[in-house]
Structures are given as C-alpha cells and as structure tokens.
Design a protein around this ligand. Structure first.
Ligand SMILES: Nc1ncnc2c1ncn2[C@@H]1O[C@H](COP(=O)(O)OP(=O)(O)O)[C@@H](O)[C@H]1O
Ligand SMILES: [Mg+2]
Length: 299
C-alpha cells in the first residue's frame, strides 16, 4: 500500500530556528493520523513542506511515494489543505471561490459536488455571501469545502477546530469521520487532545522539531498513563499505607496504578476486608495525561 505521506530525516531551519530537526514519520493509507505538539513544535512547518509552500532544508518529503519537490503540480491534485490561518478571499462569494477553485484543478462542471459539500457543512444558505462577510466558524467550514472541491486522497487539517464552538466542533468531527470512512487519509494537527483521542487511529507527538512518540492512540495512553482506582468503604481501614495510594477523600481511597497492572493484583496486595467495600470505580488515563507525562519526562 502507498503511504499518503512519508518524511525522512526532514530538517527545516528558519534563520537560527530549527523548526524541524530531522523528522522521520509516515502515514498509513486510510488512517486518521494526529500530529500533536505544543505551539511552535513544528506542525505547521511539516504541513507547509508537504504542500510545497516551504522547501526542506534537508531530508525528503514524499506524497504517495513521490518527492514533493519534483511533482508538485500532480501532487497538489491529491492533497486538500485546510490551513491554520484564516485567509481572506475578500469580495468573492463562497460559490464563486469554490467554482474558481474547481477550475484551477481542471474540473469543469463541479457544481453538484460543491453543493453537496456546502450542504454537509451547513453553508448552503450562505452560498452567495461574500467570504469577508462570514463569521469565524463559517470561514473555517468554507476552507474545508475549498480543500475538498477536487476530491483529494489526502486531507491535511491544520488545527481545524481552534477557536470553534462546541457545536461546530462536533459537526466537524462527524464529517471528518465520514470522509475517512469513504477512504480518505487524514492528517490532523491539534493541541486539543480530546479531538485526537476521538478521531485519530494513531498519534505522533512532536516537540521542538522532533518526534517524541508515535503509535496507536490507545497504546500510547496505555503506555504513558496510570489508572485511577477509587475504592469506597463502609468503614475505611485505618493506618492504610501503600506505594500506589494517592489520596483519601472521606470513605474513598484512590490508588494510581500502572495501566498494565491488573486490578486483581492490586486487590490481592491490599488484602482488604471485602465485606467493607461498597464501591470500586476505575478511571482510565487520558491522552492529555500521556501527552503531559511524555513532555515532562524528556524536558
Ligand atoms: N516563516 C517563518 N519564519 C521564521 N520562523 C518560523 C516561520 N514559521 C515558523 N517558524 C518557527 O518555527 C517553529 C515551528 O513553528 P510551527 O511549525 O508554526 O509550529 P506549530 O505549528 O507546531 O505551532 C517556531 O519556533 C516558529 O516560530
Ligand atoms: Mg501551527
């Protein structure tokens, strides 16, 4: 299977800033891959290189097996990009921009697909509005429609829900899932971890221009977080000490155990009088904890 994108030892420097320090990373066809990292990690730089907006300082970037530097026109037709910055298309209406954009890709009559996208993104009632008249959320949806007019095989979403309200965020998540189910590969950069947790099959965590970790979302959470076990008692055992005991609140003791540890193992160690136990709750770790743990470990 072709890799939608692959970068090898990719470096990018802007003056003295090393935005990417030799990243090697690839995507599997049909997946939603999350690119997570704090501000300044190099996410947008990576996307800019994939879309030939920026040139690598060294290393290689391939789209569906082809070097971005040698095939840029052909490759542009395979990629849809939703940029982080909201662009201003001033005086044109949504429909005009989308038709113009289709023409750019040599798609003559694309009206049906455009109307489908506008409908799915809730923009149909606004299709004759000038782009400058749109609200922030509408602009974001318009940019998504624009990225999809030519039916790309790879969609690059750079922080698509930054500054977007909850309702629109949920709509966008559903749409991204639908696109992915139709076979589109999707790269999503975000520092909104719940988004990555919900949407991404795998995530790559990047920090200061380097890949810190990449793997299936669940595995990453599992490897890098702890589980919380809340055990409530009719009568809390007195003088309780244990290396995994985190806190006591009223009748509940909270233990933080490694995600790999079985609950049975903990219970055997603790030797509680089970007739006193009224409730046990387990809370799995979150991607957010994994992310913070990882960044704190290495810095
Ligand atoms: N055009 C540019 N000129 C100079 N420095 C840049 C430019 N674009 C990005 N940088 C720097 O490169 C680093 C990575 O930025 P960026 O890729 O935008 O990070 P992210 O998208 O993860 O927030 C930052 O230190 C940023 O200031
Ligand atoms: Mg960015």
């Amino acid at each position: 299977m072709q890799k939608p994108f692959e970068v090898r030892h990719l470096k990018k420097t802007y003056g003295k800033t090393e935005a990417l320090k030799g990243i090697t990373l690839s995507m599997n066809e049909g997946e939603v891959l999350g690119l997570l990292g704090p501000n300044g990690a190099g996410k947008t730089t990576l996307i800019s290189i994939l879309t030939t907006v920026e040139k690598p300082t060294s290393g290689e970037a391939l789209i569906f097996g082809k070097n971005v530097l040698e095939n840029s026109q052909e490759l542009k037709a395979m990629i849809g990009i939703v940029p982080q910055e909201l662009l201003n298309h001033g005086f044109f209406s949504i429909l005009e921009v989308l038709e113009f954009h289709s023409g750019y890709y040599g798609l003559g009559s694309n009206r049906e697909h455009i109307l489908f996208l506008l409908d799915r993104l809730g923009l149909l009632p606004h299709k004759d509005k000038k782009v400058r008249e749109l609200s922030g959320g509408m602009k974001r949806r318009f940019l998504i429609a624009k990225a999809l007019v030519h039916k790309p095989k790879l969609l690059l979403l750079d922080e698509p829900t930054a500054g977007v309200d909850i309702e629109l965020r949920t709509t966008l998540w559903k749409f991204v899932e639908e696109l992915n189910q139709s076979g589109m590969s999707i790269l999503l950069t975000t520092h909104y971890l719940e988004e990555a947790e919900n949407l991404c099959h795998r995530v790559a965590i990047i920090h200061q221009g380097e890949t810190k970790k990449i793997g299936p979302t669940r595995e990453l959470v599992h490897d890098l977080t702890q589980r919380c076990v809340d055990i409530s008692f009719a009568q809390v055992p007195s003088q309780m000490t244990h290396k995994y005991l985190d806190q006591q609140k009223q009748n509940t003791l909270t233990f933080k155990i490694p995600s790999k540890m079985q609950l049975g193992e903990l219970m055997t160690e603790l030797k509680f009088d089970m007739s006193q136990v009224t409730d046990i709750k387990i809370r799995e770790g979150r991607l957010e904890d994994a992310f913070l743990n990882l960044l704190n470990q290495r810095s």
